[in-house]
Design a protein around this ligand. Structure first.
Ligand code: 5GP
Length: 204
């Protein structure tokens, strides 16, 4: 591998379908891994510890904060979420591209730390669809749902800081959009300087 991995950050309001889209992207593109965040939130019925999140107690989370184990962390909807430093660095240094599925404040912090990170915003094309999806998911009670929809507006305000938007009205189209973004970013000359130099040096 001639280059370090690329850091992709995917954000979008609750109900945008980020998780499903990313699952399909990961199945279709090699050399890509998703960072598994730590959270103090309770697992939903279909969530598996170590796969969707590393679920932990507030004490464990706070210890990790104190030890500097997170690249970034936030409190949202009354729960803590954090991106673990070690696995992300490990994969990037091994030349593997890493996806962080995190909210907009975390994304802004990551962009400050990694200016070459690529920020992708996922959303259905209108708010009604977001509400319908959240209702269909059925994982939040009315109060939590209302809170998540309210926050969607501030998330939309952050969209201008992102590099790309991927509309998720149709799953296959959205998956293809994200695959195309990742493929194009992988092909950028600025990310392949070592390879380009090697090619030049070995050309008679
Ligand atoms: P949920 O509770 O629906 O799984 O996630 C709530 C929000 O937290 C989502 O916008 C999700 O992208 C975000 N999130 C998940 N993990 C992290 C993380 O490690 N850091 C940050 N900043 N946000 C996260």
């Amino acid at each position: 591998m001639c280059r370090k991995g690329i850091l992709f950050v995917v954000s979008g309001p609750s109900g945008a379908g980020k998780g499903t889209v990313l699952k399909h992207v990961l199945q279709k593109l090699p050399g890509l891994m998703i960072s598994i965040s730590y959270t103090t939130r309770q697992p939903r019925s279909d969530e598996i510890d170590g796969l969707h999140y590393n679920f932990c107690t507030k004490d464990v989370f706070q210890n990790m904060v104190d030890n500097g184990d997170f690249l970034e962390h936030i409190e949202k909807f009354g729960n803590c979420y954090g991106t673990p430093k070690a696995p992300v660095s490990l994969h990037l240094n091994a030349g593997e591209d890493v996806i962080l599925e995190i909210e907009t404040n975390g994304a802004a912090n990551i962009k400050k730390m990694f200016p070459n990170a690529v920020l992708i915003f996922v959303t259905p094309h209108n708010f009604d669809d977001l509400e319908k999806r959240l209702n269909r998911r059925g994982s939040e009670d009315d109060k939590a749902k209302e809170q998540r929809l309210k926050i969607a507006k501030s998330e939309y305000r952050s969209m201008s800081h992102y590099d790309y938007i991927a509309i998720n009205d149709d799953l296959d189209v959205c998956v293809d959009t994200i695959k195309a973004i990742i493929t194009a970013e992988r092909g950028k000359i600025k990310r392949n300087k070592v390879f380009a130099q090697k090619l030049l040096n070995t050309t008679p």
